[in-house]
Design a protein around this ligand. Structure first.
Ligand SMILES: [Zn+2]
Length: 233
């Protein structure tokens, strides 16, 4: 009888507060997801976190002294994943960020290669950009990760002090020149002898992560690893 009441309550609640798949718009039964079963099947998982020498790690060889690196999804143009990331970055759709973060958290936990992580460090946004957007999308990903993989988040340990516009058309060398000196370490004591996981939305050239990681790894006893939601092929 109780079971039936629960069903009736759920049906009633869905009638009053409908909940739809963000990708295809179909009705969702459960409130703790944003995608229907069919759309979830479309997500291009990489399995990189469990895989030593994966393409993300290869892209950082010789540039960054890291313990482990990876991305949860492949990023391709005009894909569902591109749509989800644009919802997170430009449409204030924070629930998409929590969802993608949770997917990252499950995979990080499963891989066991990231077990010694002490702190999650979201890629800092320039304060002006963060104010305009209202949040840092990398922090939202960290909160999603944290909800399934209990690691503390350290915001404001390091800040972005130079405002840079979108650099999508610039090459890697030019980007690196633009990246020098843009981050400033603020809370040295918080990261002392810690293993840090740098978290960002997409790895394209990796220039921002390389610049951020270079500042942090220069600190005594600090180890770094990298996790992004998506990897550009
Ligand atoms: Zn759907």
């Amino acid at each position: 009888m109780l079971f039936r009441f629960e069903n009736i309550f759920q049906d009633f609640s869905r009638l009053l507060f409908p909940h739809f798949c963000v990708a295809c718009g179909c009705d969702l039964k459960h409130r703790d997801t944003i995608l229907c079963f069919h759309c979830q099947q479309e997500l291009p998982f990489t399995n990189f976190f469990s895989l030593p020498n994966n393409p993300v790690e290869k892209s950082f060889y010789g540039r960054l002294n890291f313990q482990a690196a990876g991305s949860t999804f492949y990023f391709t143009k005009d894909s569902l994943l591109q749509y989800l990331l644009s919802e997170l970055k430009y449409k204030q759709n924070i629930s998409v960020g929590y969802y993608l973060g949770r997917m990252m958290g499950y995979q990080l936990q499963l891989s066991e290669r990231f077990d010694s992580i002490d702190l999650l460090i979201p890629m800092p946004l320039h304060p002006k950009k963060q104010k305009a957007r209202g949040y840092n999308q990398a922090t939202i990903l960290c909160k999603g990760i944290q909800s399934v993989w209990n690691k503390p988040i350290a915001e404001n340990v390091i800040i972005r002090k130079v405002f840079s516009n979108s650099q999508t058309l610039q090459d890697r060398i030019h980007r690196w020149e633009n990246m020098e000196g843009i981050f400033e370490l603020k809370e040295r004591a918080q990261i002392y002898q810690k293993h840090l996981l740098l978290v960002d939305d997409v790895t394209t050239t990796g220039a921002s992560l390389e610049a951020l990681g270079s500042v942090l790894e220069a600190e005594k006893g600090v180890k770094i690893s990298v996790a992004t939601a998506a990897y550009t092929i």
